[in-house]
Design a protein around this ligand. Structure first.
Ligand code: SF4
Length: 990
């Protein structure tokens, strides 16, 4: 007898949960009934529902009201409900339990094995039907996905591809796009045929074969009662597909099939689509069982959500909210996100610091675990060709242990010296160059500081065997051999977790999981695909499978719930906070099919994007009214330092009427909740019980300090000497100055093709200095029009000599920069033309003119003495007693110039000290990348005074300790060397 299929519509999420709860109770007339199976979207949802069942039925002793039992035609045990703890499974796990129940001999085939088989099939097919694209590992995964999706839609891949090819054949002659699709269809036809043949020959059963087998089996492989709480494949990526619906409609042993959805889900078309598949399904409607009292927490009348700076701030804001709410039962509070990372990592630190316990059934990507990430670094070393950055990053990982030649651990200082020496000697990769360089270091040839070299040599000696081992991976080989070599190298350098490590259990589980992936992959490739491939392809497959795996976190049994959006529907809460409402995250973008346009896939019944978007909106709106009391929503402004946009789903907040809004008190939003908050608060409390001895000591020390100035301020400090360049940097961004000059943080060494920008700038300055020095030595000063040819000769000769001091590899590029090409004028010619056109009046010229003295500069309230230290590129004395300061810029003209004005004051003061007088001649820059290089920045004494006043003002601010995060142009942040220490506090001020 076919199953009774019921489509049950519940008015809201609360009613939806109570319906499923009721159906999980043993029917009164069938005490011996089998426990039902409940289909849920993911593992976290299963765990959340298990807790809800226990809490509602066993702790709260909730009983379904009579009316609900009658409406559902499900009378429970009269004396009290008997809970039949259901099996909570995802769609894939449903097939697993059917496979087990049917007692089939053949094991279920792993997706990993099928992808490896597809790799071999695709290569075989490509020989007869070349694909119009390169066969990359990512494409193989997409091919399996395409094949599976067509089958789950009930289609026949071979037939559909046949029809597609026939359709495209007519247009292919005149349309290049169609021709490409035709070639692709023929290739996919051949690859899928080979794939099915190879899969058929393996001792294992895939999903399609399992379905076919189950339909032919009479034995009892399916429980009598199935409860479906997910949508269909249009609405829900974890939902049921047409073939599942067909199968369920035909299972002989299934007597009841209940699909439960909310009114909003039904309104978006879910039941309409299901009725097409199951025309005889019975519809049941359940009204609201709880008054709708949810109130939306708001911070202002205009905006219904809370804006936080970043995701960490969202977690902190949540901790503050909970501390203010003081709920009796923390388990009745939930923090809901769409993506678990980085919230789970932030919560671990911030909620713990706030003394707020939490629980989560969440899993995190295995690839994000530090131990797994270290394997990724090892692969990077191979793929990057042994570059400096890749080797140093690997050695810096705490999960790597490469001992020094004497067996001791490698120290950070040794590694830093190794990094500096490699960068200075411009090592760009390859084992040969590595050996060549270390040989040169031994014989004392290096551009680096001598004291770094012995440390660098020891590190080089320590890491050389690992590099040699990895070098064998550079040659194409069968994938299983490459996986084997990688495993060997990994074993030789991975640091085994110590029993005393804080995260030892988690690291061991990560280790076991990664080992399992590598072993399965090696075995599958050895059995099914021994083609010789480049190592990049094998590493891509390894990364893909590690990224596909997840790791369950230590769960916790009490405290606020951290739960993903799918699992949140399965919990009962008083207070819910939805975090990370960003575009591209709520909702998540679809994974489109990469092979065919949607209009071609439509007739297959491919998941419909509009249906998906509508279903996601419905689920979001449902979630807003899930909590019994309050719902809050937060939106970060920054995600990984990038400015992000709020989600369009925030429109749904309008479902709350104005009487359902709950305004939060502004004071509550700044309540200190963590130990750091307490330490940074205006009045630190060293005796507070949450302080450990170290924190107490720190708090006491803080109390003795001057009061805190506010964000972006330190205590005042008088500097000794100021360079104009540094103060210009302050004006560009005060915090950047703070990081570089006050904290003295070192910028990371960068690998650059050609001379590093700084060295290239110095080289140009040196060449110009040498050219003018030679010109002076010839008894010349100004360059007149009639001396152009001679000056060009002299300058060219000097420049050629300078070029010979560069490494041979850098000479061609620098020669073009100096002498130009057929399409660009060289720097030397630009300088000569500028001299002839603008500086014919020079009678004396000083090059690289030093300034190191106290200068009295004009200030807003008189004058101020500042000790200046710097070097002026050039000072010219003109025929009419003027003094001109010139600064060379190898780039474009600067936006905020202070140098000409400040240095004019300094040089005039020097002249005065020598008993000479001088007037201000137009001063400025020769910006060598400008078409007209001479840029006048000072044309009068007033200009020089104005620049000097700006300089003094900036010095006053530096000495007052004002270092706000305030870039003159946020564009600068893209090239900043200190993004890791800068919180970009200006974001949100616009
Ligand atoms: S990232 Fe931007 S705001 Fe921060 S220090 Fe750098 S330039 Fe300044």
């Amino acid at each position: 007898m076919p199953a009774v299929i019921r489509l049950i519509q519940a008015d809201d999420l609360d009613a939806w949960q109570r319906v499923v709860l009721t159906l999980c109770l043993a029917p009164g007339d069938r005490q011996d009934a089998d426990a039902p199976v409940v289909v849920v979207p993911n593992r976290a949802a299963a765990e959340q529902w298990r807790r809800t069942l226990e809490e509602r039925l066993l702790i709260e002793q909730w009983r379904p009201p009579r009316t609900l039992q009658t409406a559902l035609n499900h009378d429970v045990v009269p004396g009290g409900p008997a809970l039949l703890l259901p099996q909570l499974v995802t769609r894939d796990q449903l097939y697993d339990i059917w496979h087990r129940a049917a007692r089939l001999r053949a094991p279920r085939l792993l997706l990993l094995t099928r992808e490896v088989v597809m790799g071999a099939s695709a290569r075989e097919a490509a020989r007869s039907q070349p694909p119009p694209f390169a066969l990359r590992p990512g494409l193989l995964a997409e091919m399996v996905r395409f094949h599976d999706q067509v089958e789950r839609l009930g289609g026949d891949t071979a037939r559909w591809l046949d029809e597609a090819a026939a359709l495209l054949a007519d247009e292919a002659a005149s349309d290049r796009g169609a021709a490409r699709l035709l070639a692709q269809s023929r290739f996919l036809q051949a690859a899928c045929a080979a794939f099915r043949e190879r899969i058929g020959a393996i001792d294992g059963i895939d999903e399609a074969a399992l379905r076919a087998t189950l339909l032919g089996i009479d034995s009892c492989w399916c429980v009598p009662h199935l409860i479906v709480t997910v949508g269909d494949h249009h609405a829900d990526p974890a939902g049921l597909w047409p073939v599942d619906l067909d199968l369920l409609g035909a299972v002989p042993t299934l007597s009841r099939l209940d699909v439960v959805a909310t009114r909003r889900q039904v309104a978006e078309g879910l039941f309409t689509r299901l009725r097409r598949q199951w025309p005889d399904a019975v519809e049941v409607r359940i009204g609201r069982l709880r008054p709708s009292d949810t109130r939306l927490e708001t911070t202002s009348t205009e905006q219904r959500w809370m804006t936080c700076r970043d995701r960490e701030e969202e977690v902190l804001a949540y901790a503050r909210r909970i501390k203010v709410l003081r709920p009796v039962n923390l388990s009745a509070c939930a923090f809901v996100y769409r993506r678990p990372l980085p919230y789970l990592y932030a919560a671990r630190h911030l909620l713990t610091s706030a003394g707020l316990p939490y629980q989560s059934s969440e899993t995190v990507p295995l690839a994000a675990e530090p131990w797994a990430a270290a394997l990724d670094l090892l692969m990077d070393v191979v793929l990057a060709g042994f570059t400096r950055a890749a080797i140093v990053t690997l050695l810096r990982s705490p999960h790597i242990a490469v001992p020094m030649p004497d067996g001791t651990a490698m120290m950070a200082t040794d590694l830093a010296a190794f990094d500096r020496v490699l960068a200075r000697d411009r090592y760009f990769g390859s084992l040969e160059r590595f050996d060549e360089l270390t040989g040169a270091w031994r014989s004392g040839q290096t551009a680096a500081e001598r004291r770094d070299v012995p440390h660098a040599l020891l590190v080089a000696e320590a890491v050389r065997p690992l590099l040699a081992r990895l070098a064998s991976l550079h040659h194409p080989a069968p994938g299983d051999e490459q996986v084997g070599r990688l495993r060997d190298a990994w074993r030789s350098c991975a640091r085994a977790p110590h029993a005393a490590d804080e995260e030892v259990s988690r690291t061991r589980r990560t280790q076991a999981s990664v080992d399992e992936v590598l072993e399965r992959l090696q075995t599958a490739i050895a059995a099914h695909d021994r083609a010789v491939v480049p190592v990049r392809d094998t590493f891509t497959v390894i990364r893909r499978w590690i990224e596909d795996r997840t790791l369950a976190l230590d769960r916790g049994e009490h405290g606020v719930h951290l739960v993903d959006v799918e699992a949140a529907r399965y919990g009962t809460f008083d207070h819910v906070w939805l975090a990370g409402l960003l575009e591209g995250e709520w909702p998540e973008p679809t994974t489109r099919d990469i092979f065919y346009p949607s209009f071609m896939l439509e007739r297959l019944g491919w998941p419909d994007e509009r249906a998906r978007a509508a279903a996601l909106r419905a689920r979001f709106a449902d979630l807003l009214t899930l909590p019994a009391r309050t719902c809050g929503v937060s939106v970060p402004e920054l995600d990984q330092d990038a400015v992000v946009r709020p989600s369009a789903l925030l429109d749904e907040l309008q479902i709350f009427g104005s009487d359902q809004l709950l305004a939060l008190a502004i004071d509550d939003l700044a309540v200190p909740v963590t130990r750091e908050d307490a330490l940074l608060a205006a009045a630190p409390v060293p005796d507070a019980p949450l302080f450990d001895p170290v924190s107490r000591h720190w708090a006491t020390w803080r109390l003795d300090r001057p009061p805190r100035q506010g964000i972006g301020h330190t205590g005042p400090a008088v500097g000794e000497r100021y360079s104009v360049t540094a103060v210009e940097r302050y004006l560009q961004c005060p915090f950047q100055y703070f990081a570089s000059r006050v904290l003295a943080l070192r910028e990371d060494a960068e690998d650059e093709a050609g001379l590093p920008a700084r060295d290239a700038g110095l080289f140009v300055h040196d060449v110009l200095h040498a050219c003018f020095a030679r010109w002076h030595a010839l008894g010349q000063t100004a360059i007149g029009p009639d001396q152009h040819a001679r000056a060009r000769e002299v300058f060219a000769e000097v420049a050629e000599q300078s070029l010979r001091t560069l490494p041979p590899t850098d000479r061609p590029l620098e020669r073009v920069r100096l002498f130009g090409s057929s399409v660009a004028t060289g720097l030397i010619e630009k300088v000569l033309r500028t001299e002839i056109e603008s500086f014919g009046d020079v009678v004396r010229r000083a090059l690289e003119h030093d300034v190191d003295q106290v200068v009295h500069l004009p200030a807003a309230d008189g004058t101020r003495a500042v000790h200046l230290r710097g070097r002026v590129d050039r000072v010219d004395w003109t025929r009419d007693g003027g003094l001109r300061v010139i600064d060379y810029k190898t780039g474009r003209k600067p936006q905020h110039a202070l140098q000409p004005g400040v240095y004019v004051h300094a040089v005039i003061a020097q002249e005065r000290d020598r008993g000479r007088t001088a007037t201000v001649a137009p001063s400025g820059f020769i910006a060598l990348r400008e078409d007209v290089p001479w840029i006048q920045a000072v044309t009068s004494p007033e200009d020089a005074d104005a620049q000097a006043r700006s300089f003094v003002e900036a010095v006053d601010q530096i000495e007052a300790g004002a270092f706000p995060v305030r870039p003159a142009n946020p564009f600068r942040c893209q090239f900043c060397e200190y993004p890791g220490v800068c919180r970009k506090d200006y974001v949100g001020d616009e």
